[in-house]
Ligand binder design. Structure first.
Ligand SMILES: [Mg+2]
Length: 226
């Protein structure tokens, strides 16, 4: 039976490939507009509120605990084992301030909010306590300036961290990038006779370079520190 012409045209219309979009609609130009900030913020909120962010942290922290346990078992009694913990978005969470200001710049965030009472990131606190219970020396290493030492120390204690060996902070006025400052400080820890078996942080710059047997990268799509 012959197909009616209208049906043939309809089938052609719905089955032919859609041509690729070559220009953004309504822009009149060829430059692609970046994704709208509000859409990105909404996506980050969903990532956090769905539990995916916490699940990702838990997965990394558990892997670090497994490694720590195995490494301590294979260590000699004279080994001075150490672990290095970053602070922001590793040991402590700035989530509330980040979310409230729509993931604004850190310099803006510190003007708008008190960051003195940040809660612990629970899986990392558990990793910390595990390290301490196994006799591993813990060093906090942060890119925050030394001027914040008192408030940072209080915040760590309030959140449940105890008995660390040293809180290493950036000298006031130092502008060097974290990816250079942090390896230098880890080298100083090793020079004191410690052996760093584990380094955990939320930024690639926390983990780059010297010195750790294993590094553990926590998720953080909210900001970037280089
Ligand atoms: Mg951090």
């Amino acid at each position: 039976m012959k197909k009616p012409l209208a049906l043939i045209l309809f089938v052609f219309a719905v089955t032919r490939p859609i041509p690729a979009q070559t220009e953004p609609l309504g822009s009149g130009g060829r430059v692609q507009e970046p994704e709208n900030h509000a859409i990105v913020v909404a996506r980050l909120m969903r990532y956090h509120d769905s539990g995916e962010y916490e699940w990702g942290i838990r997965e990394v922290a558990n892997a670090a605990r497994d490694y720590l346990g195995a490494r301590v078992k294979s260590a000699s009694p004279q080994d001075r084992l150490a672990a290095v913990f970053d602070i922001d978005e590793t040991s402590l969470s700035n989530w509330q301030a980040m979310a409230d200001c729509g993931f604004c710049a850190y310099s803006v965030e510190t003007k708008l909010y008190s960051l003195a009472h940040d809660p612990a990131i629970t899986p990392v606190l558990e990793l910390y306590n595990d390290a301490r219970s196994k006799g591993v020396a813990v060093f906090f290493l942060t890119g925050c300036p030394n001027a914040q030492r008192e408030v940072t120390t209080e915040n760590l204690r309030e959140a449940g961290y105890k008995d660390w060996v040293e809180l290493i902070m950036r000298p006031d006025g130092d502008q060097s990038p974290a990816r250079l400052f942090k390896p230098q400080e880890r080298q100083k820890i090793e020079d004191k006779g410690y052996h760093i078996i584990l380094n955990i942080g939320d930024q690639a710059s926390d983990l780059a370079g010297c010195c750790a047997e294993r590094t553990f990268k926590l998720p953080n799509p909210f900001y970037l520190v280089q």
